[in-house]
Ligand binder design. Structure first.
Ligand SMILES: C[S@@+](CC[C@H](N)C(=O)[O-])C[C@H]1O[C@@H](n2cnc3c(N)ncnc32)[C@H](O)[C@@H]1O
Length: 298
């Protein structure tokens, strides 16, 4: 199947390998040989816009322009997959609301801490962090009044995060969201909805590259991390490294949610699988003196 863009230069096998390695080193994502046409199609449009004669020429220009340029951001915006929706993976959302949040809040309370930190890593267009904010608001009446909930949402796709900050969505992206949550926390807007300001104000968006291990701890320790449907695009080595970095960011007894297709990933040994209603939903970082590989059922 030829997916190249009319008028755009073609991508040779050699150029594909160079581009693939470059993307891998910059952001951990790895494109198998079968994805050559995907890259050609996605970036071909950009080359056409810029009037580049070949991928080699484009690549040389990108490299010469420095390490953090607009064009590298364009590449991130173009090659990443941002598919997401509100209330994605219902069992995980139910577990977050009914098991994880009350448990973490109770621990905070007994330790004297009053700030609960949640990180949506690879947040795409914001549906995930806003869903978490809605669920936190749902529980708020049973939490201590002075509890502060901070939700940080990060991605390498700035264009997706601009959409997130506007908070305007199609009806389709909210179709899994229970009606009562949608009615309480969203307002009809055109053919879809806008997330209400109180929910939007709970989430802070920032650029963060999960393949850049050195800066993880600059955000401080987290109680709950969601990193769903992000690491499936990584090569094994970058995935393993990101998981180790994420595990270091979690407070002892913190929770890590990954996507369902990522459940088989190699988890650091001090993580135990947590079940809710008999389904595996997330991982818990056992306090390091506790049993590893222990299964927790609720
Ligand atoms: C399929 S979306 C997942 C969105 C949401 N977490 C969910 O499960 O619905 C994957 C997101 O991961 C982001 N991503 C890919 N590589 C990344 C990296 N190295 N650092 C941060 N985010 C990355 C992409 O830009 C994209 O927005």
């Amino acid at each position: 199947m030829n997916l190249s863009i009319a008028g755009a230069p073609g991508l040779t096998d050699e150029e594909f390998r160079i581009l693939r390695d470059y993307i891998y080193h910059r952001c951990g994502m790895y494109f198998e040989d079968s994805k050559k046409f995907y890259l050609e199609h996605k970036l071909g449009r950009r080359l056409k816009e810029l009037g580049s004669r070949s991928f080699s020429q484009y690549f040389m220009d990108v490299q010469q322009s420095g390490s953090d340029t607009t064009e590298i951001q364009e590449i991130f915006n173009t090659v990443t997959t941002t598919e997401t929706s509100f209330y994605r993976n219902v069992p995980q959302m139910q577990a977050f609301r009914n098991l994880v949040l009350p448990g973490v809040v109770a621990e905070k309370f007994s330790s004297g801490s009053r700030t609960l930190k949640i990180w949506s890593a690879g947040c795409a267009t914001g549906e995930e962090p806003y869903t978490l904010a809605m669920l936190a608001l749902e529980g708020a009446s049973s939490f201590p009044a002075d509890l502060r909930i901070e939700i940080m949402a990060t991605d390498i796709n700035r264009s997706a995060m601009n959409t997130a900050e506007r908070g305007i969505y199609s009806a389709m992206s909210a179709q899994r969201l229970p009606d009562d949550l949608r009615d309480r926390y969203m307002t009809p807007h055109g053919d879809g909805f806008r997330v209400n300001r109180d929910v939007r104000n709970m989430v802070t968006y920032r650029f963060f590259n999960l393949a850049n291990g050195t800066r993880y701890l600059s955000f401080g320790k987290m109680d709950v991390v969601f990193c769903r449907n992000v690491l499936i695009y990584f090569a094994e080595a970058s995935r393993r490294k990101a998981l180790e970095d994420l595990s270091r960011v979690l407070n002892p007894n913190g929770f890590l949610f990954v996507g369902y297709s990522e459940n088989a990933l190699m988890m650091p040994s001090h993580f135990s699988l947590v079940h809710y209603n008999t389904r595996p939903v997330c991982y818990r970082a056992a306090s390091l003196k506790g049993n590893s590989h222990r299964k927790t059922r609720h």
